[in-house]
Design a protein around this ligand. Sequence first.
Ligand SMILES: [Fe+2]
Ligand SMILES: [Fe+2]
Length: 179
Amino acid sequence: MTQTAFIQDMESRREQARKHMMNGAVTEDFTQDRETIIKLLNEALATELICVLRYKTHYYTANGKGTKVAAAEFWEHAQEEQEHADQLAERIAQLGGTPNMNPETLTDNAHSDYHCGGDTLEMLKEDLIAERIAISSYRELIAYIGDKDPTTRRILEDLLAQEEEHADDLVDIIEHIAE
Ligand SMILES: [Fe+2]
Ligand SMILES: [Fe+2]
């Protein structure tokens, strides 16, 4: 781009910024993919909310071998999944979308399943499966977003790192119980 073209571009950018001021963080160059990103973020939000419910249920119903150490982990993960849900909801709202927390559609939109019942070891395994699903979903989502939306990508990268830690922690506890 020549210097003149860049300046012309800057002028139209200033004009657009002023014209649609009340769109806040959403600028004109970012309308095309925004709807898709909001939809995908809502699916991630549903997944996180289901994870909160699953971990809380596991915390309150843990029984059998390894319960003490597992219950502490279930509680910690429940809090962190709730933080993930809040980060996603905040970003959805920032992008002009509506965070979908409708209980009727949560399980349909979520990538991983709710689980209740069995002993602590079964719960740990179900949670590990759910974490692994979350990990591969976040990886795919990050790859899709690419350079389209750096802020959302950064948020998702942080969530992915924490889901990887969760999966790692669960493997450790399962190994510990199996000893
Ligand atoms: Fe999470
Ligand atoms: Fe997690």
